[in-house]
Design a protein around this ligand. Sequence first.
Ligand code: NAP
Ligand code: GCO
Length: 272
Amino acid sequence: MAGILDSFSLNGKVAWVTGASYGLGMAYAMALAEAGATVVFNSSNAERVQKAISEYKAAGFDIYGAVCDVTKEDEVASFVADVEKRFGTINILINNAGIIKRIPMTEMTLAEWEDVINVDLTGPFICSKAVIPAMIKAGGGKIINACSMMSEFGRETVSAYASAKGGLKMLTRNICSEYGRYNIQCNGIGPGYIDTPQTAPLRQRGADGSMNPFDRFIRSKTPARRWGHTDDLKGLAVFLASNSSDFVNGQIIYIDGGISAYIGQDPSNIED
Ligand code: NAP
Ligand code: GCO
């Protein structure tokens, strides 16, 4: 009889992680590969794709990557056709690719707003639409969307990002609603504040070496008084990609060190 750990195995599965040339996407790709999946990834830049392929290889993973901008429907269609030809049906999609522009809303141009919405919300629409028909034919599949604290909360300067991530929460629920009958589970991962290139500016120290005020703020809002690390999210990615989550659908699972449950403490208590 198969043991409980077998339900977390991804052996025989093909997984696509979008935007996995660095950051959280790279962690998800390595986790799914370690769990047995054949993993493929894309990013918008040829140099960073090649660099990532070498990094995966150095870490012991043979992971296929190619340039594909998630906002370009034709590039996504070609990428999916290429992957299906090489490896077969894509069973797991992690819509991870994302950007942020931290600009006060009234100073944000329409082009800047549209850039963020296109990558963070329209991209997951395009990529999910590209894989769902084959998932239905295969008897089911897994779609995991990169949601955020900003799927629930706002803050200054992130209007486009928060709007996209709030929309992504509802796209997650809608894919669940529309395709759950075909054994497709669509859930969201909601990371808190994680130390990646995307959040590096929020931790950058002052010229005098002083702690970034936002860094101190986030530590005061997190019960563990630390930022998350990409390794903290690997287990949840494997869980949502595996058969162990076959009856979990339309959920956003927050992995935030407790930020969303905690009123926070006086930032002056946070030591450097
Ligand atoms: P990151 O370090 O900025 O990495 C973003 C990844 O997306 C890169 O691989 C980037 O590669 C790729 N990408 C950007 N635009 C793309 C496009 N148009 N087409 C294809 N790939 C594209 O971000 P991260 O911190 O790892 O975050 C990953 C995801 O988790 C994002 O959706 C983010 O919103 C979300 N998230 C992050 C945090 C956090 O605290 N870090 C928390 C919650 C949610 P190229 O630049 O080479 O294209
Ligand atoms: C910001 C951060 C956040 C994180 C993440 C939090 O500027 O507030 O970039 O948005 O990226 O989304 O969950």
